[in-house]
Design a protein around this ligand. Structure first.
Ligand code: ADP
Length: 192
């Protein structure tokens, strides 16, 4: 069972690399951002709540997102691993994930920290905003998301170092080169 946490600031390439990982290793992909955007699209109550936080560049409350993550995980049967993209984003979420996996007799295989300088993140997010029209990819919200990342999410680097799961990945350069580094870490961590 391969359980990978893909970590990084907004715009670091988590979604893009997650697709490559699912393709190569045949594992499932949970992107909490995608789950929430789907709820918004479908106009559900959860979507309405999520939209309020996302438009402000804020995180959803931990209890809410942890419940969502747990139910998505439980809806997936018969797989041989999961890539967690955009979760955890806070220490309580990381502790919850550890427990969720433990309760299912599993563990995190590796945490991959996609490291990209801030100027590059801003350039990428503004470009994505123009191309995809994602409502939170505008300068004002990007700045808030980066602040939230620094204050609430960045401390997870220390957390995963202490857990012995941390792996630094240089997140700038050609997509395939980044993916090669990722694959090397996955194979070492899983003993393949
Ligand atoms: P990005 O990494 O580009 O910021 P995501 O698509 O992962 O984008 O997330 C978009 C938004 O969804 C976040 O800014 C936040 O409001 C909400 N969100 C996603 N995952 C979480 C989470 N684990 N905890 C709280 N809020 C989340």
């Amino acid at each position: 069972m391969l359980n990978i946490v893909i970590f990084g600031a907004p715009g670091s390439g988590k979604g893009t690399q997650s697709e490559k990982i699912t393709e190569k290793y045949g594992i499932r992909h949970i992107s909490t951002g995608d789950v929430l955007r789907e709820e918004i699209k479908n106009g559900t109550e959860l979507g309405k709540t999520a939209k309020r936080y996302i438009d402000e560049g804020q995180l959803l409350p931990d209890e809410l997102i942890i419940d969502i993550l747990a139910s998505v995980l439980d809806s997936m049967k018969g797989h041989n691993g999961v890539i967690f993209d955009g979760f955890p984003r806070t220490i309580p979420q990381a502790e919850a994930l550890k427990k969720l996996l433990q309760d299912r007799g599993q563990d995190i295989t590796a945490m991959l920290d996609l490291d990209v300088p801030e100027e590059e993140l801003i350039t990428r997010l503004l470009k994505r905003g123009q191309e995809s029209g994602r409502a939170d990819d505008n300068m004002e919200t990007i700045k808030k998301r980066l602040d939230v990342y620094k204050s609430q999410t960045f401390p997870l680097i220390e957390y995963y170092k202490k857990e012995g799961k941390y792996n630094h990945i240089k997140g700038v350069g050609a997509l395939d080169d980044i993916f090669r580094d990722i694959a090397a870490v996955i194979e070492t961590s899983s003993g393949k």
